[in-house]
Write a protein that binds this ligand. Structure first.
Ligand SMILES: [Cu+2]
Length: 159
């Protein structure tokens, strides 16, 4: 009976660690502030992966649509586009989501995002090996940088 209990405990531990999915660490998350009427902005962060994963989707209560985007040259023009297959992050690597590069696009915004606010974002990852998905919740502070329709004072408008 004692032996049976130990085996069960081991099984429970094994399944707990398999479902815990502590394979990614998200840090330095922030969202670019918006101006009234602006319908989209980007969320940026560092994602460190302990095994091969793929960032495949996102969600946020402030956005109707969330996509994973990349910036890419199309001819001489820098354009952003959705990464249809998600963003692969290799084991041991850290993906940098930053302005001008990969980003989580918050679209169909339901409100203006002001500096000092915090935006909840849920990221969905897929384990590249098991194909299982798991999510990470984060609270990303809003940095007011003048938004996309930046006026002449944006850049130097510091508090
Ligand atoms: Cu974008």
């Amino acid at each position: 009976m004692q032996r049976m209990t130990l085996t069960l405990a081991a099984l429970v531990l094994a399944s707990a660690s398999a479902s815990a999915h502590a394979q990614v660490t998200v840090s330095d998350a922030w969202v670019r502030g918006t101006v009234p009427q602006q319908k989209a902005t980007g969320a940026f962060m560092h994602i460190a992966a302990e095994q091969d994963v793929r960032l495949i989707a996102g969600a946020s209560p402030v956005a109707g649509v969330v996509e994973i985007h990349e910036m890419a040259m199309e001819g001489n023009v820098m354009k952003m586009r959705e990464l249809k297959g998600g963003l692969p992050i290799a084991k041991g690597a850290t993906a940098e989501l930053k302005p001008g590069g990969y980003h989580v696009m918050l679209m169909d915004l339901k409100q203006t995002l002001k500096g000092g606010e915090t935006v909840p974002v849920t990221l969905t990852f897929e384990d590249a090996v098991s194909k299982k998905t798991f999510t990470r919740e984060l609270m990303a502070p809003v940095k007011a940088l003048g938004g996309a329709t930046s006026g002449p004072h944006s850049g130097q408008h510091k508090h």
